[in-house]
Design a protein around this ligand. Structure first.
Ligand code: ATP
Ligand code: MG
Length: 399
């Protein structure tokens, strides 16, 4: 029999603390485990990698593929409720688990976020109310679609409908010839072609929505991407113009409401050079741009994930410190000549307001997210000064 919600901190089931489950053992799962354990829950993680960052700190770890039926049954048997940290987890696995246990987010919402075509259609519907539309785009599933592409979508960015992340599965194309070559190069899979927009800045908003429909929004994050990967997130008063921040928060709440979403959802936006806000994509889980909340807010995005999963109250979170987060990619573990180097952590940690988070990955590789470093302080000027000092020590380009 499924245990009814809420799953209370300290509650025992058959003499053991309530166990919460997570599909995916990456750094997001690891920080979910931290937040769940702080409230006294036990955790179970399912991931194919035996050295996964979350698996190595969880009470229980199931090493298996996301489609392994026996492993999913074991997860459902152990966990009182289940979430995901990995957006490409098969939606069918979530649907299967939901037959036995409360699952948040639901398979249907994850399936939409996994498919850029369905995601953009959802955004376009929401835009009729919020006024925040996606970039002009066309769906490309056949040679005929290629021929029909309106000229004003070029130059554009071709993106695979499924399985893209960190800029993978994308190509910039300037002409019809390049478009056709890029699409065929991607194996002719379903894609969207988006108009290449003149960006002034990028930002994101994270919301948490409970089963009762209550929604809380975190502050707007200003994000800098480099090489298709998030590099820096800045969150403080004035990081983006106030009117845009409110518009982005309202649009995100609407996107979550219209999905009937339960859990933590992040929506990424572009601010164009003419000041317009455009919605880019969503992640049905906590997001890299929300890691600062662990150190700078009175409830982190992972606390909110635990609360929405367990059915606990969702008071409006408050950011108590200005914050800048630097992503720590594996590149930092190598010197200019490509030889392994010792990262100067003592110098970095001598800076006031530094919060270092390493994910326990034993092998550094270029572009691999090894950890992040958040600076908190009383105001934007002080956190910028310290974050820039850390960036210089680490060899991260100034911002
Ligand atoms: P993520 O790691 O966020 O999942 P992704 O691979 O899904 O990334 P997008 O967020 O779609 O990719 O795009 C990656 C980056 O490429 C964006 O953050 C932005 O800098 C740039 N970009 C994407 N689409 C456009 C566009 N239509 N016009 C201009 N720049 C764009
Ligand atoms: Mg993105």
């Amino acid at each position: 029999m499924p245990t009814p919600l809420p799953l209370l901190p300290g509650q025992l089931i058959d003499g053991r603390p309530v166990m919460l489950g997570v599909l995916g053992g990456g750094q997001l799962g690891r920080m979910f485990v931290h937040a769940a354990q702080a409230l006294g829950y036990e955790t179970v993680v399912l991931d194919p990698d035996r050295h996964s960052p979350a698996g190595r700190i969880s009470h229980h770890f199931i090493e298996a593929d996301y489609r392994d039926a026996d492993a999913l049954r074991e997860l459902a048997a152990r966990a009182a409720a289940i979430t995901t940290e990995f957006e490409n987890v098969p939606a069918e696995a979530l649907a299967e688990l939901a037959r036995a246990r409360p699952v948040a987010p639901a398979a249907g919402a994850v399936a939409i976020a996994q498919d850029r075509i369905r995601e953009k259609a959802h955004f376009a519907r929401c835009a009729e109310r919020s006024g925040v539309a996606p970039a002009p785009y066309a769906v490309i599933e056949s040679e005929a679609d290629l021929a029909d592409v309106p000229a004003d979508l070029l130059p554009g960015i071709l993106k695979t409908a499924r399985l893209g992340y960190d800029g993978k599965g994308q190509a910039r194309v300037a002409t019809r010839g390049e478009l056709a070559a890029a699409w065929r190069g991607m194996g002719g899979v379903a894609c969207v072609l988006e108009q290449l927009l003149p960006l002034a800045l990028e930002c994101s908003v994270i919301v948490a929505r409970g089963r009762d429909g209550q929604v809380v929004a975190l502050p707007v994050q200003r994000n800098l991407h480099r090489g298709g990967i998030l590099s820096v997130t800045e969150v403080y008063e004035g990081n983006v113009p106030r009117a845009l921040a409110s518009q982005a928060q309202a649009a995100t709440v609407d996107i979550a409401n219209q999905l009937g979403y339960v859990g933590v959802l992040c929506v990424e936006y572009f601010v164009l050079q003419d000041g317009r806000l455009v919605v880019n994509e969503m992640a049905p889980r906590p997001h890299n741009s929300g890691h600062y909340t662990v150190d700078a807010c009175d409830a982190s995005q992972f606390d909110l994930q635990v609360r929405t999963l367990a059915g606990l109250p969702l008071p409006q979170p408050r950011q108590h410190s200005a914050a800048i987060m630097l992503n720590l990619l594996g590149d930092l573990w190598f010197d200019a000549a490509g030889a392994p180097r010792t990262v100067p952590w003592p110098d970095v940690l001598a800076l006031p307001g530094a919060h270092l988070h390493l994910y326990g990955k034993t092998e550094a590789r270029r572009g691999r997210k090894m950890g992040h470093l958040t600076f908190t302080g009383p105001d934007a000027a002080s956190v910028r000064e310290r974050a820039l000092a850390a960036a210089a020590l680490l060899g991260i380009e100034a911002f």
